[in-house]
Design a protein around this ligand. Sequence first.
Ligand code: PT1
Length: 259
Amino acid sequence: MGILNVTPDSFSDGGLWVDRDRAIRHAMGMAQAGADIIDIGGESTRPGSLAVSVEQELDRVIPLIELIVGETGLPVSIDTGKPEVMQAAVSAGAGMINDVYALRTEGALETAAAQNVPVCLMHMQGRPGNMQHKPEFEDVVGEVSDFLLARAACCERAGIPQQNILIDPGFGFGKTLRHNIDLFKAIPRFVATPYPVVVGISRKTMMGQLTGKSVGQRLAGSISAAVLAAQAGAAIVRVHDVDETVDALKVARELQSDH
Ligand code: PT1
């Protein structure tokens, strides 16, 4: 899964058109490089980020979804917690909903169920604005796993078929380095549930903590984590660097296969 952030570039004076053109070229590049899904998000959820309005998010993502589905032919996933955006995105051609709030926003569960597309449920402690303030768990793997299974059960009760539900431990979302490491090592436990597992770790703070590198220097660390996640059974890895990650996954797969 290739990441396409469509949060405006404050350094560009071309407005939405320049950003749109750049976004489409980036999506085409990821498709060419072997992405299977493009994940489009119009609201940052990294630590300390602030919410944007429904109108702003719709303006950013909806015109792009149609273009990117048309140009790349790839399934597009919409990274949003807002029911209005979920609905409009699927109408515009998105084939998957990726919600870091795990459909807990008012109206999101019902709206997602009505769209008839796969949904990715992610665990987060707190909200993006405050989640890294003082993350605390007694048993991070148990708590994250209980939360995801409870949300998946809610989805099934709301009419989302089991085969349309994916789960994601939410690396970096209200977690210390220790929590993230414990969760990463427990990927096989999440894989043992009925739900395919999504792992998003690319360029995150934990990569910086493990390597001492700034955000632009975390490629090797991120690839290493993506390969290990896939080896542990993750179905989808959400990454910025599609070309490099696809190569790494191809090599790892060939050098490990029994045939
Ligand atoms: C993710 C994810 C996501 N991450 C899914 N969707 C982000 N399913 C957005 C940091 O520690 O992991 N899974 N959508 C981006 N969020 C973050 C969080 C970015 C933490 C950076 C950090 O640096």
